[in-house]
Design a protein around this ligand. Structure first.
Ligand SMILES: *Cc1c(COP(=O)(O)O)cnc(C)c1O
Length: 474
């Protein structure tokens, strides 16, 4: 005796039947056999669960193929482009620097064609992959030589491991930083095989503290630019120039980890001063490390510049091979560095600097221009106003300096939960819009919305289901 439930279960089409539908043919072409079969099987399993719970008509093969399609096409790629309206220009969670067009073109060319990566075109013999960047970095920083690795964390690790494996590294207690993503100086030292010798106190470190700690076991003196915090009040630190002299007298190299490090004086673009790499080299540090995707505005990379004998030793370390940079990034780095040869046009060509240097009046004018369309798209359940806000540089650079900016400030007419729902709906768009909720409002800081992207932004917003949002907002 067949129960109605058992009947409908038996009516469920088999995987092969669903695969034979026209709908599935399309899926096979688009997503391949493995993913399509998998999605169909899951759709059938789900339908079976539903039928077990409550007897109903079984879905047809075509309907199951459609369910499989929704499943496949909802599987959004992880690296989706988003609108960064958080107000943080170098947002680590959103990929830090957006690259310059020249860098993008260079990376694309390097993907499309064979490149002379480790090939010397003059004599047709094997070359060095870092050679392409060496002379540029020498020119831009004043250092004797340079090498490049995966990121600045790798640059520091490689320096520590090259010069202080089984030896001591002298560092001030005021500079034992932790950077987002669990990069903690003491842990990196341990992994590099170095023994950390802390000197001074959290707020004050004196020249004698370093002098007393240096001995025949010292491999390196480390100075870390406290990029993401400041120690203020009753403080003392030993400047890089004085520390370089102390290290030199002991015959131990000084490594100055700048973190962000800039290749130009940012004050000429209206930003706060951040030590430039050229300054750090000039102050006598034997090695200077800095990031590629922070203030420099390039792809993720870590640079080590300094004395050529030391750079040679670094390049001979087998870890260098494990931390090396691929051709795409090398191409993008080279193109980015070349832009620095023309500082007058840098702000116009390098998105990071363009966003950072954008004046408040310009951003505010953009906000006024977009406000009516945004208000209309977001619907009557919210009020959209133009207001002041403060942007941040991000990635730990210039942590105390905020940049006056303008935002679209969105407040719910009803309950606050409407705001969370709106933020979630904006994140769920095909091209997600990421803002920041603070003080009962969702703020869309427009600093990083290029004028050329305004149409795209409004098009993305047009997909917002404003009636749905209004219906759920009491
Ligand atoms: C950011 C930072 C690092 C790490 O650089 P990544 O490029 O993110 O690996 C190291 N040291 C300092 C001082 C930093 O600010």
């Amino acid at each position: 005796m067949a129960e109605p439930e058992a009947m409908s279960l038996r009516q469920l089409p088999a995987v092969a039947t669903v695969l034979a539908t026209a709908e599935a043919t399309l899926l096979l072409e688009r997503h391949g056999r493995v993913a399509t079969t998998d999605a169909i099987r899951q759709a059938i399993d789900e339908a079976r669960e539903v039928l077990r719970a409550a007897p109903a008509t079984a879905p047809s093969a075509t309907e199951l193929a459609q369910l499989a399609r929704e499943r496949l096409e909802a599987r959004t790629p992880g690296l989706r482009p988003v609108f960064n309206l958080t107000g943080t220009v170098l947002h680590t969670n959103l990929g830090r620097a957006v690259l310059a067009e020249a860098a993008i073109d260079a990376a694309v060319e390097a993907m499309r064609h064979p490149v002379a990566l480790e090939y010397d075109l003059d004599d047709g013999a094997r070359g060095e992959r870092d050679d392409h960047l060496r002379s540029l970095l020498r020119e831009l920083t004043g250092a004797e030589d340079a090498t490049v690795v995966n990121n600045n964390a790798a640059a520091v690790l490689l320096c520590l491991n090259t010069f202080a494996l089984g030896r001591e590294v002298v560092v001030s207690r005021g500079e034992l930083i932790e950077i987002g993503g669990a990069f903690r100086m003491p842990d990196i030292m341990a992994r590099a095989g170095a023994r950390m010798v802390e000197v001074g106190t959290t707020n004050r470190t004196h020249p004698a503290d370093y002098r007393n700690a240096l001995n025949e076991y010292s491999g390196l003196v480390l100075k870390v630019h406290t990029s993401n915090y400041r120690i203020q009040g009753f403080t003392a630190e030993v400047g890089a120039r004085e520390l370089a002299a102390i290290a030199d007298a002991a015959g131990v190299p000084l490594l100055n980890d700048l973190g962000s490090g800039s290749l130009v004086d940012l004050s000429r673009y209206g930003l706060a001063k951040e030590p430039t790499v050229r300054q750090a080299v000039g102050e006598g540090a034997r090695l200077v490390t800095f990031s590629g995707d922070k203030l420099l505005g390039g792809p993720q990379a870590g640079f080590i510049v300094g004395d050529s004998t030391l750079i040679e030793q670094i390049n001979r370390n087998p870890l260098k091979r494990a931390l090396r940079v691929d051709k795409l990034r090398l191409a993008a780095i080279e193109a980015t560095l070349k832009l620095y040869r023309d500082p007058d046009r840098l702000a116009e060509r390098l998105p990071t600097l363009r966003f950072l240097a954008r004046g408040k009046a310009d951003i505010e004018a953009q906000a006024r221009r977009l406000q009516p369309a945004v208000a209309e798209r977001i619907g009557d359940a919210f009020v959209v106003e133009v207001g002041d806000c403060l942007s941040q540089v991000g990635s730990g650079a210039l942590p105390l300096d905020t940049l006056g900016s303008a935002a679209l400030i969105i407040r719910p007419r009803g309950s606050q939960s409407g705001l969370e729902r709106l933020a979630a709906a904006l994140r769920a768009l095909a091209r997600p819009i990421i803002g920041r909720i603070a003080d009962g409002a969702l703020r869309l800081d427009l600093r990083c919305l290029a004028e050329a992207d305004e149409t795209l932004f409004l098009a993305a917003l047009a997909q917002l289901d404003a009636t749905g949002l209004a219906a759920r907002t009491p």
